[in-house]
Design a protein around this ligand. Sequence first.
Ligand SMILES: Nc1ncnc2c1ncn2[C@@H]1O[C@H](COP(=O)(O)OP(=O)(O)OP(=O)(O)O)[C@@H](O)[C@H]1O
Length: 832
Amino acid sequence: MITPSTSKLARAVPFTPRRPASVSSSSDIPRATTPSILGTTAKKYKAALSAESRLRTNKSSSPVLLSPVPGSPPKASSYDGTRPKTPSTPRGTSPNPAIFMSPGDMSMDVSRVDPEEVLVDYQTVEPGDVSGDLEDDSQTPDYGKEDKVLVSIRIRPTTGHQAWDASIPKSIKLFPQHAKSTLNAPPEFHFDEVLTGSENKPVYNAVARSHVCAAMEGYNAVIFAYGQTASGKTFTLSGNEDQPGIIPRAMKDVFAHIRRTSTREYLLRCSYLEIYNETIYDLLAPPSVAATQPVQLIGQGILSPLREEVVTSLKSVREVMERGERHRRTASTDWNERSSRSHSVFRLVIESRERGEGKPEASGRQTPGLRPPTPGGTRLQTIGGRSVQMSVLSLIDLAGSEKATSDKERTREGKYINTSLLTLGSVIGTLAENAAKNKTDHVPYRNSKLTRLLQPSLSGDARISVVCTVNPDANAVTETTSTLGFAARIKRVQLHARKKEVVDTEALIERYRKEIEELKQKLAEREAEAPARNRRLSAREQVDESKAMRDLNSRIQQLTKLILTSQSVDENKGDESRPASPSKVDFDMSPYQLQQELLATRRQIESQSNQILSLEAALLARPEISPDAPESEKDKLIAEQQKTIRELEIVVRGYEDNLGEPLRQVKEDVEREWGERLQAEVRKREEKEAWATELVRQLEKEKRARTKLEEERRALAAFVSKFDSLGLGAGSNLSSKLKPAKPTPGGATTAFVERQQNRHSMNLNTITIPEESPMRMDVRNQPRLLDQTPEEDWSIVEDASFEVEASKLKVGGKRAESPLKEVLGRKENIPL
Ligand SMILES: Nc1ncnc2c1ncn2[C@@H]1O[C@H](COP(=O)(O)OP(=O)(O)OP(=O)(O)O)[C@@H](O)[C@H]1O
């Protein structure tokens, strides 16, 4: 059982805030007395051991002694025929957590510190942290094939019979005498690296260095060791005091990278966990807390609750790692006196941004200290357009596959280990198959915690390096062949890791602008060359060429749109806004918000209008070219003008596109409202038109009636004059006069009748007016029509009016009901 060290050195120290370059660590432990992983007095990167184990370990310091190979008879020096006592380290039995966590430790928790105060940059990295062989090794790292897993084999030394031939670089082949069957050729494998020996530095350089650099540059990176038990996974990853492994070297390289990069500042956070019997434990949490609150996997690779600790120096990383190592479960097995009984994952979250003077307080986008903890989320804020890169470097020491042992507990652990490794194998197999055959078969990530944890990385979101450790002993041929098979499969997995970057709008716009400039330049070059080139190109090539130009143009348009959209979003965004892509306007906004949106859009439109005007002005101001100028000059001018036209088009298109949804919405509302009003007006107008048409019709009718009446009048006048000329009048003094009646609203006829009634009595009883005659029309019933007649039309009425001197007519004594009716009614019977 683990006996945790309670010494001051072993205890976790309070978090060390950012310090000026000149000031040394604020830790109360002097650097010189701090055990160094990499120094000559460094402690071994292993969990604390039982007294028995520790004795053995101390005895076996340099040179390194090899553990017995599984399957081979144990060596007398390390195995006395009986299984050694198992120094298992169950978590629940840890002593008082206070021994591990002083109250001050809480300040190391990342959720309780202000990231801006704990940034690391080239000035804060202490020279001692990066001294030694790593610092000088600054050649450009080889990232390997970005879309493939970097697969390396590490063959541990053996004192037994070598069954594998590794003399050919990058390949490993089974000696024919060890092959199971003589029928088939002995298996031979090729990998990115095949490494031998006990030196850890070449292993680090070949296997891990490029991935550590990739992580520092914003890519997620995973390095893990896979292999049978006692094959050297922990030796490769953690190493010992003489041969520091990948993890301590990687940490040193991280700080070396920071020291070399004077333009950026970094926030580094560590977490350390293990998967033991399919449960995830936080190795940095106090043991009692870790035992009762296992870590849960929520979503894709997100872990909660998981303690993350900010590290600002190699020393603080070392302290965190040592604490985690102490909590790891190791036990003595038949093959390995300190066998890892769990898969352990050390994670370093690296966030960085360009160095600058801006402070987040000044940007007004955040309030340090009030930021909610966001597991797995970025904590470093973008400031003044400086984007934040974020990546995770995961260093994984898998438990080794093993056969059943003589210990029940170890056998149970072994089952869990083997099951999760089998699942890892089948996940890798499916991924390899999918990649090779372009399939999308279901990948059984969910069958184990390990594969669920690795899912985002294995799905391709990380650069992966796998070091498969093998035992070349003749007794381990089956296990080694199985490990090499796994390595061959994982080699076929397809990756597509991308840089992880959180970009704020300013940075995004700047980036778009740069790209637009570059594209425009390309376009201009192509256009300048176009006339000469087109003469050379075939028709098909010309089509391709114009397509390429169109593509360039559409990309410029797309970017311009993005700039315009980002600008409008930026102007309206709140504190948390950080759009990476065009965002939509929300129409559930209040009228006030909508108004604000409108204002912003108008401002934008105004600025675009100005832009258009200035571009147009520039176009007009362009100097004319003389007709006898050389062709090339003309072509150049045409190309320039085309470019300007394109710019104008782009802006105009952006202008149109960016009228914006709010404006469109208002436009629609206004259109709807005014549309309804227009409809009502149209209806009214139609009614009036119908009424006017009816009026005109009635007037026409009236006119016709008047015309007919006039004809009747003339006929009557002729009759009267004839009547007079025959001497049939009432007397010599009887004269017939036809005077035009005065036009009155009541009608001429009415006036005539009234006057005649007063002066004469009619005796023309023989005159009758037929019923259908227009003369019988009762015009008194239509005064309004006359009222409506324009004044100039009164002439018609005047012409039609007449006055008959009743005294000139021989009218009977009987008074007619309507004298006019009588006169006109009988006229047709008057003999002429
Ligand atoms: N390349 C090597 N050179 C020297 N010693 C090695 C090498 N590889 C492994 N060893 C030694 O072999 C022993 C077992 O190695 P290690 O603990 O690293 O195996 P492992 O694969 O991690 O096993 P497990 O899966 O059981 O944890 C250790 O004592 C280690 O020092």
